[in-house]
Design a protein around this ligand. Structure first.
Ligand SMILES: CCCCC/C=C\C/C=C\CCC/C=C/C(=O)SCCNC(=O)CCNC(=O)[C@H](O)C(C)(C)COP(=O)(O)OP(=O)(O)OC[C@H]1O[C@@H](n2cnc3c(N)ncnc32)[C@H](O)[C@@H]1OP(=O)(O)O
Length: 311
């Protein structure tokens, strides 16, 4: 499979990408590049960098023009305020890298892509904290959904709620074929409500009726069902997720950037504008909703249930 990916990349990427792929082995070619690459904006000499503090591992391959971002926040890649903030910072850096045209988002931990928003950020805290947290969630969605890069989610584990949102904000989703993994916007199961822009993102992907069904019931889909309903675009064997992501990326990167980007903007801007127009109101709404005693209690019970499952 790796060789097939290399030949597709050779065909679709011209210039330096082709030269470096001449060895016929994508991994060794990439490794070689990481060692030789000069410094570039935001990312250091080796082109490969691990942000252990930020719980994100970002590898940038300048010659292929592809970055891979691995969420690395054990045990379940929950999206804490810190992780959200650093996610946005790294996205901005990548966005500013002229040669970086594609981004693959995946998880460093097998089995969990992301458990979604960190629930502990949403209960027992101050209103100011909830406001800051929600602003960070908005910011990440805005940046991802409107990214100039081709964004592919390589979903190598379960991806509930906020994890599903990250996947939906990309341009293409590939999920590992493991019936133990699930994906979906399950907010109602926690006694909370997916905000309108989570809902809009889902509607834009799978349509109104399927979204209403999925959202009201808080459905978590197996890979097969997620493919059937259109939440993901492809389901592949677990060990083929990354190769498939590279392969699909090469197809998307073969389209001239300006044409593809303008098309993406045309499709997504109305959805984004809806949030931008009422961003502050959305924050206020979140803070007032999440601060309700009944909601705090629901979240507390849900966390308790998660912990008791293990005992
Ligand atoms: C008209 C009015 C409208 C108002 C609307 C206004 C505003 C909208 C309001 C709210 C919107 C909020 C949107 C929320 C989005 C979210 O993303 S909420 C998070 C949803 N996530 C989940 O439901 C997933 C929960 N987790 C799991 O199902 C499982 O943990 C798993 C991901 C499948 C992994 O399972 P497993 O490998 O068995 O691991 P454990 O369950 O044992 O978990 C390990 C530890 O991690 C803790 N944990 C799990 N998930 C989270 C999380 N999301 N946040 C924080 N912590 C989490 C879990 O408790 C374990 O901790 P301990 O080891 O026991 O300490």
């Amino acid at each position: 499979m790796a060789l097939r990916v290399v030949s597709v990349l050779k065909r679709r990427l011209g210039g330096p990408g082709q030269k470096l792929l001449r060895s016929g082995n994508l991994l060794s070619a990439t490794q070689h590049r990481w060692e030789k690459m000069p410094s570039s904006v935001g990312f250091p000499v080796t082109s490969r960098r691990s942000f252990s503090k930020t719980a994100l591992i970002v590898d940038v391959d300048h010659n292929l023009g592809i970055a891979t971002m691995k969420m690395n926040n054990p045990p379940v890649n929950s999206l804490s305020l810190e992780l959200l903030t650093n996610f946005v910072i790294d996205l901005e850096k990548l966005e500013n890298e002229k040669r970086c045209r594609g981004l693959i988002i995946t998880s460093a931990s097998p089995k969990i892509f992301s458990a979604g928003l960190d629930i502990t950020e949403m209960y027992g805290k101050s209103s100011a904290h909830y406001a800051e947290f929600w602003k960070a969630v908005q910011e990440l969605w805005l940046k991802l959904y409107m990214s100039n890069m081709v964004v592919i989610a390589a979903i190598n584990g379960s991806s509930p709620a906020g994890g599903c949102l990250i996947s939906l904000a990309g341009d293409y989703r590939i999920m590992a074929d493991n019936p133990k993994y699930t994906i979906g916007l399950n907010e109602t199961l926690l006694g909370i409500v997916a905000p309108f822009w989570f809902k809009d993102t889902l509607v834009n992907t799978i349509g109104n009726r399927a979204s209403e069904h999925a959202l009201q019931l808080g459905l978590l889909f197996s890979p097969t069902d997620a493919l059937r309903v259109g939440i993901v675009d492809q389901v592949v064997p677990e060990d083929k997720v990354q190769d498939t992501a590279l392969n699909v990326m090469s197809r998307w990167l073969s389209i001239p950037d300006h044409a593809r980007q303008l098309t993406k903007t045309m499709m997504r801007k109305p959805t984004v504008d809806r949030l931008l127009k009422q961003r502050e109101a959305d924050i206020k709404n979140f803070v007032s909703f999440i601060s309700r005693d009944s909601i705090q209690k629901s979240l507390h019970m849900y966390m308790k249930h998660l912990k008791e499952r293990k005992e």
